[in-house]
Design a protein around this ligand. Structure first.
Ligand SMILES: NC(=O)C1=CN([C@@H]2O[C@H](COP(=O)(O)OP(=O)(O)OC[C@H]3O[C@@H](n4cnc5c(N)ncnc54)[C@H](O)[C@@H]3O)[C@@H](O)[C@H]2O)C=CC1
Ligand SMILES: O=C(O)[C@@H]1CCC=N1
Length: 274
């Protein structure tokens, strides 16, 4: 691969996350060719793109196809069955880039063989609008050029942080990988509480949705301010916000619940290692 020619990619699993990443690579012009393995087909967004070829399985890859990167985007529970078919593609010039929750670098090396070049990463669904957050960790065989290419692929759908300690990937998964679901649940919970306080259901949901997305956009635009500063700016002394925060920030309020939720997700990520 050269910077001019673009990368040759194999995408295994083109669902919510794989599909979002594929859109990002094509929009950024990083990929010259993407072969997609997924029996469920391609997303509408890439239909007719000459750079993309859909195949039904590893046994149907185009003759002589040698990808720079194989992106593994199937469910962790499917990975063990799917992965051995790609052993033949293990070589120093090909990176296996996993986005699967829990599956460790050692696990990939065990199934693919010791020579495998592996990056383990954890993105999140805001990748679908180019606002993802991904954390990645390389194994010892990843060259500087391969790390750079992996970074460009992940950065095509948002921000990227690299860590050396793979153990961090479990709490990363719990905070940013699963995190969008907590925020969407916050919308649901606020709407339900608004209804309980007397609002019509549709107005309660409209307010909750606009408030969470508006507050997120304000947080994003307020690079000089901490989240706590923005919270304090809403909170008038002895006003309505203070009354609510005294409930949410009580010792038995939201913090212990959030801490327990993130601990549960972290534990589950470790279990998925298999
Ligand atoms: N959904 C999320 O928020 C996030 C998911 N992930 C990880 O991304 C991976 C994919 O998750 P989603 O995209 O949510 O799942 P998904 O169910 O939307 O996509 C999985 C795709 O894999 C395909 N598939 C199943 N078996 C296959 C096989 N043997 N070969 C090729 N394709 C096959 C399915 O048809 C489906 O299109 C998982 O490992 C998950 O842990 C990571 C970060 C966030
Ligand atoms: O729920 C899951 O297991 C995946 C990983 C992070 C977000 N979704």
């Amino acid at each position: 691969m050269t910077a001019e020619s673009g990368a040759s990619l194999l995408l295994v699993g083109c669902g919510k996350m794989g599909g979002a990443m594929l859109d990002g690579w094509l929009a950024a012009g990083i990929a010259s060719r993407v072969v997609v393995v997924d029996r469920a087909g391609l997303p509408q967004s890439v239909a007719g793109d000459a750079r993309v070829t859909l195949v039904s399985g590893a046994d149907a890859l185009p003759e002589g196809f040698v990808p720079d990167v194989i992106v593994l985007a199937v469910k962790p529970q499917v990975m063990e069955e799917a992965l051995p078919s790609y052993r033949a593609l293990v070589r120093p010039g090909t990176v296996f880039l996993s986005i699967a929750a829990g599956k460790t670098i050692a696990w990939f090396e065990r199934l693919l063989g010791e020579g495998a070049v592996v990056v383990r990463s954890m993105p999140n669904t805001p990748a679908a609008i180019g606002r993802g957050m991904t954390v990645a960790v390389p194994n010892a065989r990843v060259s500087a050029a391969q790390r750079d290419l992996s970074d460009r692929l992940l950065r095509a759908v948002g921000d990227v942080a690299w860590v050396e300690d793979e153990g961090l990937l479990d709490p990363v998964t719990a905070v940013s990988g699963s995190g969008p679901a907590y925020v969407f649940f916050l919308v649901e919970a606020m709407a339900k509480a608004g209804e309980a306080a007397g609002l019509p259901a549709d107005l309660a949901m409209r307010l909750a949705r606009a408030t969470v997305s508006g507050a997120g956009a304000l947080l994003d635009a307020s690079v000089q301010q901490q989240a706590a500063d923005l919270r304090k700016a809403v909170t008038s002394p002895n006003g309505t916000t203070q009354a609510a925060l005294e409930v949410l920030m009580a010792p038995e309020g939201m913090q212990p619940v959030m801490t327990a939720a993130i601990a549960a997700a972290t534990r589950r990520s470790r279990e998925l290692a298999g």
